[in-house]
Ligand binder design. Structure first.
Ligand code: PMP
Length: 306
């Protein structure tokens, strides 16, 4: 991991290595935390390159909603969080990077219940490039995605990532990424990304209910529509996978990544498909301000910093 210079912690900018917490923090023992991940892109504006956070307001909305999901009273408003991110990115001098806000229950007593515990909020910003290869192999994990009967699935709660870890561990050495089924045995998502399939000029993606509704998923749907593609959100059974021509995943960290093989079987011809390639490049252009139509239509997706 590349380090940033400063981390914002409960009202102060502290040096990267001074961002410490107590060992009895609730989040460490019982997972009482919610977090976000967003990207800073260098966006070309004439001769200048402007550090721009992609979909900052939407990530902050999800952050605040995730807090509600764990009974956490927000200590900072969206406007305050937006201002902190702006200052932090500038202070760290980052143009191409990643931002990690986290809100967590802290240290007071040892009981499991989080009600009334002190809340801490911290935001880190660091330089960060590509995460996974452009193409990857997936394997269906033996572990099912957490059920919406067990947790509030649309909140981004730290503890849920135990499920992502089990899934990742179960495919280690066999594939690059895990594909998780939901509690009914239908496709849900990857360990920390959403999944799409392509058939002709139509995209198919698992509907909301058992997935984290990704913001990249949402951006990709809008981008695909602008390219004249049709998008269908529906229940997808594992038996349908090999009837599709192409597959790819979407996520802030991994952006758009082609899936060439699932459970050892080729998707289409086993190479990145044409539609995937167009969307992958299209997404890369969009976030860098190189898609004039979408950049104008979705002006509020771009939070320019410096
Ligand atoms: N699903 C899960 C479980 C995730 O953790 C993520 C990453 N936040 C995603 C999907 C993709 O969401 P986004 O596009 O908002 O990064």
């Amino acid at each position: 991991m590349k380090e940033g210079k400063y981390i914002w912690m409960d009202g102060k900018f502290v040096k990267w290595h001074d961002a410490k917490i107590h060992v009895l923090t609730h989040a460490l023992h019982y997972g009482g935390s919610v977090y976000e991940g967003m990207r800073i892109y260098p966006v070309k504006e004439g001769r200048k390159t402007v550090a721009t956070v992609f979909r900052l307001d939407d990530h902050l909305d999800r952050f605040l909603n995730s807090m509600k999901g764990i009974e956490m009273k927000p200590k900072y408003s969206k406007k305050q969080l937006r201002d902190i991110v702006t200052k932090l990115v500038k202070k760290n001098g980052i143009k191409d990077g990643y931002i990690r806000p986290i809100a967590f229950y802290g240290y007071e007593r040892l009981g499991i219940y989080w009600g009334g515990l002190p809340v801490s909020v911290s935001i880190a910003a660091l330089p960060w490039g590509a995460y996974l290869p452009n193409e990857m192999k997936m394997k269906i994990s033996k572990w099912r995605r957490l059920s919406p009967d067990s947790v509030k699935i649309e909140a981004k709660v730290g503890a849920y990532y135990v499920n992502s870890n089990y899934a990742t561990e179960s495919v280690k050495g066999l594939a690059d990424e895990a594909l998780l089924l939901d509690q009914n045995g239908n496709l849900a998502e990857a360990s920390c990304a959403n999944i799409f399939f392509v058939k002709g000029k139509t995209l198919y993606t698992p509907k909301k209910g058992s997935i984290l509704p990704g913001l990249t998923r949402d951006s990709l749907i809008e981008l695909a529509k602008s390219f004249g593609l049709k998008v269908v959100e529906k229940v997808i059974k594992p038996s349908e996978i090999f009837g599709f021509d192409e597959a790819f995943t979407t996520g802030t960290a991994t952006e758009v990544t082609a899936v060439t093989l699932i459970d050892g079987r080729k998707i289409g011809n086993g190479k990145m498909g044409d539609v995937t390639a167009v969307l992958r490049d299209g997404f890369s252009d969009l976030v860098r301000g190189l898609n004039p139509v979408m950049n104008k239509k979705y002006k509020n997706w771009f939070h320019k910093i410096y």
